[in-house]
Write a protein that binds this ligand. Structure first.
Ligand code: FAD
Length: 295
């Protein structure tokens, strides 16, 4: 197996164009497990760890950026938590549940997107926050793919064989965000199901993302529409019990879960309804309390 080690982004794109079968390697926490277990044997590994452009993040202003964060594919979970936890609280919460400190020190949200597992923990908060994936190829340049269009099937994504993920773009939180995950224990666990919610008060909108409950991570569109219309954005009145429950039901209806060793489809639907109800309640209460403190 060849081992390609580009030192720059341009070299990485050129290598991927020349060898589309080369498997990108970021933290290696998915790739090395699959190689060790002989799940597949790629013709070459494309090691991206020396590509400095992938290891940074910044805020992009102007027409293109609009104040959004552009986070390089090589930024680890540990750095997402430490450096961006205040701006991306939902993603930071999800990152804290990934694996163990060792996995969080190596693993990246870029790698999570590349693997495109339905259970990837970074995906629900990226969906709820309205993220886009910046993909690039040497031949066609950059294209931006909304997170909602990025996941195309179980462990499949929208990347072409000559494309690499450069970064994800997402607005910093403009309201409370929460992520919640069910597992059989508190750490080192693949989600039985997970749910993320993000309030966008400026747009009077609720964003959602659900994980491990369908062939791909996905948004719960009907639940978003319901909550966006139901919440008292002007008066910041309380979220009624019936509305919270309805939101949970609609979130569960967006799922199409399977029965597997981690849980049954019925359990996943039930758990999602509970997670959605709780996370919306927490987020809305935070929003109300922030309003009280400000007045
Ligand atoms: C013990 C253990 C516990 C884990 N726990 C969790 C968990 O709790 N939650 C969770 O979501 N995941 C978990 N994982 C899986 C893994 O850590 C994550 O999916 C992580 O985000 C992968 O990131 P990475 O940088 O290590 O990716 P890599 O393993 O380097 O790559 C993953 C995939 O993305 C592709 N890729 C990487 N970079 C790019 C790029 N720039 N462009 C295009 N494709 C790219 C690779 O080719 C590969 O297909 C766990 C893994 C282990 C071993």
């Amino acid at each position: 197996m060849d081992f390609l080690r580009p030192a720059t982004w341009a070299d990485a794109l050129a290598a991927k164009a020349e060898r589309p079968g080369a498997l990108p390697l970021q933290g290696g926490t998915d790739v090395m497990v699959e190689i060790n277990f002989d799940v597949h044997r790629p013709e070459a590994l494309l090691d991206l760890t020396r590509v400095r452009e992938l290891a940074g993040w910044d805020t992009v202003d102007g027409d293109t950026g609009g104040g959004r964060l552009r986070v390089g594919a090589g930024v680890t979970y540990t750095r997402l938590i430490e450096e961006l936890g205040g701006r991306l609280p939902g993603l930071a919460q999800a990152s804290r549940t990934v694996g163990s400190p060792q996995i969080r020190n190596r693993g990246t949200a870029g790698g999570n997107l590349g693997a495109a597992s339905p259970a990837g923990d970074a995906h629900p908060p990226l969906l709820a926050g309205g993220a886009e994936v910046e993909a690039e190829s040497a031949a066609r340049g950059v294209r931006m793919i909304p997170a909602a269009d990025f996941f195309t099937g179980v462990k499949r994504n929208a990347l072409e064989p000559d494309e690499l993920i450069r970064a994800f773009w997402t607005p910093p939180a403009s309201g409370p965000q929460y992520f919640s995950k069910i597992g059989t224990r508190n750490a080192m666990v693949i989600a039985v199901c997970s749910f993320a919610v993000a309030l966008h008060p400026g747009e009077r909108r609720v964003g959602t993302g659900l994980g491990s409950a369908a062939p791909t991570p996905r948004r719960a569109a009907a639940a978003e529409e319901f909550a966006s219309a139901e919440l008292d954005w002007d008066g910041r009145g309380p979220l009624g019990e019936a509305a919270a429950r309805r939101f949970g039901e609609l979130a569960a209806e967006a799922a199409s879960p399977i029965d597997d060793v981690r849980g049954t489809g019925d359990y996943r639907r039930h758990a999602l309804a509970v997670l959605a109800r709780r996370t919306l309640t927490w987020a809305w209460n935070d929003h109300r309390n922030a309003g009280r403190r400000a007045s």
